[in-house]
Design a protein around this ligand. Structure first.
Ligand SMILES: [Zn+2]
Length: 265
């Protein structure tokens, strides 16, 4: 079992060591802004982080800013989204990350989801991917590209035709899946039947009920997902289990402990 956590970049290495995790996720630049020149907030910059993580045996993942929505039919969102997407892939490659996680995005109410799938195809086709891009399922909205498995199937079919589609992987978020209305039993197998792969699991409990559409993570065992369902996903996924639960830094110790107690190594 490989365990990871989303951490602040500035003291990422010692905190990861203290937690005893072998993977870490970080933001490069501002997670909520159109950051034209994303810089990693680590002493010594990208090269130092790459070297230090390598020495520590730590696998890094970068989470792309939330504004990125390459599915959008609105030029004012889609065009800067593609631009920032490429910058983020490049920045993540500089620190030697194993992947860049990006949300599946959505089209506006009234827009045809098929235009969103087509926009994803174009985004992937034009993207240079020195490292894999991992599309993450999201919890809410009627017009999301990756909330339901039905949509995910259409998204994957569209992307498969693009240049470089072999560099597109999947990040399964357990909170988003539950709140998005996907039964947890057999989920890993159903996803893998569509995507062929699960590269990373965002391993979170859900503060809200099944199919609520709410993206609010909870600490493991304190939310609405049944313990046996979380354990089943952890066991079946065969991918790093990365915590994005409430808290920061050493607060993750409780959830790391929960995993060690509930999931067989
Ligand atoms: Zn997530």
């Amino acid at each position: 079992m490989r365990i990871g956590a989303h951490l602040d970049p500035d003291n990422l290495i010692p905190v990861a060591a203290e937690l005893g995790v072998s993977a870490a996720q970080l933001f490069i630049g501002h997670p909520q802004k159109w950051d034209k020149n994303p810089q990693v907030a680590y002493p010594g910059g990208a090269e130092a982080l790459r070297n230090d993580a390598g020495e520590a045996g730590l696998t890094l993942y970068v989470h792309a800013p939330y504004r990125i929505n390459v599915a959008s039919t609105d030029n004012k969102i889609r065009v800067p989204s593609r631009d920032l997407f490429q910058r983020q892939v490049n920045a993540a490659a500089e620190i030697g990350a194993a992947g860049l996680v990006v949300h599946g995005g959505h089209v506006g109410s009234g827009a045809d989801p098929r235009s969103g799938f087509e926009n994803w195809y174009k985004a992937v086709d034009r993207l240079e991917m020195p490292i894999p891009v991992l599309i993450e399922n999201t919890a809410g909205g009627e017009n999301a590209m990756a909330r339901t498995l039905d949509r995910l199937e259409q998204l994957w079919a569209a992307i498969a035709a693009a240049n470089g589609s072999e560099n597109v992987g999947f990040c399964l978020d357990t909170c988003h899946a539950h709140a998005g209305g996907n039964e947890m039993a057999g989920l890993v197998e159903r996803v893998r039947a569509i995507t062929g792969r699960i590269d990373l699991v965002h391993f979170n409990d859900s503060r809200d009920a099944f199919d609520s559409g709410a993206d609010r993570h909870a600490n493991l065992g304190t939310g609405h997902i049944a313990v046996e369902d979380l354990v089943a996903v952890a066991t079946a996924a065969d991918a790093p289990l990365l915590l994005e639960t409430p808290g920061t830094g050493l607060d993750y110790a409780r959830d790391v402990q929960w995993l060690k107690e509930h999931v067989a190594h």
